[in-house]
Design a protein around this ligand. Structure first.
Ligand SMILES: Cc1ncc(COP(=O)(O)O)c(C=O)c1O
Length: 495
């Protein structure tokens, strides 16, 4: 178990780092030409309230610095809540997990008083961990905003600021993604991307996507997602043809094979493809990482045939050596549309001038809550400003630490661990024989031991980790590794 000295100060100087709400730079804004809202955000009472709230949170979260078992006096009610929730939502939760509402970076308290080390973070959503002071501060700013939600007739300047930041970042190395539409889920961002591509390239009505991709669960996206179980009983909506994904064991052969299949589809359905749908790092598919030459060959072919190139970065956004995975792979010149989500809190569809939709195609009552938009902006700003990116940036270092630990474990437990796989803030290994049953068994055993992970892929099924990049440190990764080691030792002894 971690000592207090090692892990208590996940957010050491939070209370000293309070920033005053930053208004968007407006050329006409001078000291005398401020809105009442701007004056409210500069009110010293608001700064003092923030200081008090953050100090209170810090005092309470400090106690969360290591795995703890459930508290016996809370377990009865907790079990009842879990049971009731399972009934209400029409199915049990994957993990018996209900957060108490307080955490300390990668440590999270559950409503039964137990403490877990969260290395899956809601599948990448809590990329800055639990109870992060900068995000709480964004929440306070949102709480004094006039509306809870933003959307079609109700936008505020925070949406402008975040949209501008995403566009600037997307265009930083030559892409022409000068437009950005926010939305509340990855699926909605992807629906918007598809609609934009279909409208621009009508009457083309087919999609090319990679085998084992995951694009979301709407009626249309469950057709793109290459998993039959997720569309059981659903009507066919759009026509999708699949391309083999990159095979790292045979790079040149893999490019040749996929280009050949691409050409065969083009031959069979000339002029019918509206878009090439690319999940550059496959998340749900098992943390399969693509390759620049592979993607370039496909992008060139798509361009030749006037097919939109779409990158689905809902899971990989923020987690490679660049903010956008298409930048990591150097595809800036080819991407027409990109979608993002999860760590960004608000999802988005960015597109170039050529793919600008006609009025009416894309609109939503909700594009995001004010808090999620402010929090997304803090996260993206921090990721870009504080050394996370580059081949030797913080994310690369964190990956190296985790992957190195797993390599050492694989030497000790060769039957139990192969890999590691993944890239940057996405780490995975194949447990045992890669069967879904064994992967799920290990995932649940790790959960019981205090470490949260999740499965991904099929044949093999892997165990994946989405670290909370904005707060995780080497000692947390080492703590996670020790839990894996202990559980594998127990399993060894049981056999
Ligand atoms: C690559 C990818 N696309 C789309 C989605 C769908 O996002 P959401 O669950 O927010 O609708 C996901 C979610 O896991 C994803 O990983």
């Amino acid at each position: 178990m971690e000592t207090a000295r090692e892990c208590a100060d996940v957010f050491p100087s939070a209370v000293d780092r309070i920033t005053i709400y930053k208004e968007p730079e407006m050329s006409t804004t001078t000291a005398s030409a401020t809105t009442l809202a701007q004056q409210l955000h500069r009110d010293p009472r608001l700064a003092e309230a923030k200081r008090l709230i953050l100090a209170a949170v810090a005092d309470h979260q400090r106690a969360l610095h290591g795995v703890q078992p459930p508290r016996p006096e809370l377990t009865g009610e907790y079990q009842q809540l879990l049971h009731e929730f399972g009934q209400l939502r029409g199915g049990a939760l994957y993990f018996p997990y209900l957060s108490s509402g307080l955490g300390n970076g990668p440590w999270v308290e559950l409503a039964d008083g137990s403490v877990k080390l969260d290395m899956i973070t809601g599948i990448g959503v809590h990329g800055f961990g639990h109870s992060h002071p900068a995000l709480i501060e964004a929440g306070i700013d949102a709480a004094v905003s006039d509306t809870v939600m933003q959307g079609n007739l109700q936008q505020d300047t925070a949406s402008v600021r975040f949209t501008r930041r995403l566009v600037d970042a997307a265009c930083a190395s030559g892409a022409g993604l000068t437009h950005c539409f926010l939305s509340t889920s990855g699926a909605m961002a992807n629906e918007n991307a598809l609609k934009i591509a279909f409208q621009r390239n009508a009457p083309a009505n087919r999609v090319l996507a990679f085998e084992h991709c995951f694009a979301g669960r709407t009626l249309v996206l469950s057709q793109v997602t290459d998993k039959a179980a997720y569309r059981q009983g659903l009507p066919d909506t759009i026509a999708v043809d699949y391309l083999p994904f990159f095979d790292a064991d045979d790079p040149a052969g893999s490019i040749n094979r996929t280009v050949r299949v691409f050409r065969e589809h083009l031959y069979r359905h000339p002029g019918k493809y509206a878009c090439l749908w690319m999940e550059l790092v496959q998340g749900e598919g098992g943390y399969n990482v693509g390759d620049r030459e592979f993607f370039l060959a496909l992008c060139r072919l798509a361009r030749e045939h006037h097919i939109a190139v779409i990158a689905d970065e809902v899971q990989s956004f923020g987690r490679t050596t660049r903010l956008f995975a298409f930048q990591h792979f150097g595809l800036d010149a080819f991407i027409d549309i990109v979608t993002l989500g999860k760590i960004s809190q608000v999802c988005a569809t960015l597109f170039n001038e050529d793919y600008k939709p006609r009025p009416g195609l894309v609109s939503q009552t909700f594009t995001g809550s004010t808090w999620s938009i402010l929090a997304g902006d803090v996260i993206v700003r921090t990721l870009l400003a504080e050394g996370y990116y580059g081949p030797h940036g913080r994310i690369a270092q964190l990956h190296q630490r985790f992957a190195g630990n797993l390599e050492r474990l694989a030497q000790r437990f060769p039957q139990a661990i192969s890999g590691p796989f993944g890239i940057g803030g996405m780490v995975a290994f194949t447990p045992f024989d890669g069967s879904a049953d064994k992967a799920k068994m290990l995932c649940l055993r790790l959960y019981e031991a205090g470490l949260m992970s999740f499965i991904a892929g099929a044949d093999p099924t892997r165990l994946r980790f989405l670290m909370p990049l904005g707060c995780v440190r080497d000692e947390h990764i080492d703590a996670a590794t020790r839990i894996i080691e202990n559980v594998l030792t127990e399993i060894d002894e049981e056999i």
